[in-house]
Design a protein around this ligand. Sequence first.
Ligand code: HEC
Length: 114
Amino acid sequence: MVGLVRFHRRWLLIVLLLAVALLSAACSGEVALPDDADDELIAGSVVFRARCAQCHGVDGGGGIGLSLREIESRLSDEEQRSVVVDGRRRMPSFKNSLSTEDIDAVVRYTREVL
Ligand code: HEC
């Protein structure tokens, strides 16, 4: 009897931990990458979280910085790159702190995923 109770407790704990893990992933607001995301898109999501999300929001919905959702309908690829490279008003320049590959990756991520 005691053994059975212990067994159930352990499962309850595992289920609870799983639920917490799932819930925190769902609440982080991060936009899921498509299943077929290639290395560049994955790199773009890493750069975005590390360097852009604090101002533009983990989900790209904006904050200190503007919303980047559907940015592809407002700026051309070139225009968007130049904002990231050179900065614009309160948007910092990333030309000295991100490689060309990182900039390409994060621009593509914001256009294709957010
Ligand atoms: C310190 C805060 C901050 C960080 C970090 C930041 N941005 Fe921004 N971003 C801004 C602000 C503020 C603006 C609005 C600039 C303006 O008013 O002209 C902006 C504007 C932009 C725009 C133009 C949006 C539009 O609709 O015209 C793009 C694209 C952009 N940011 C991309 C990025 C990317 C990509 C990163 C990460 C590499 C990043 N930003 C990091 C604050 C930030």
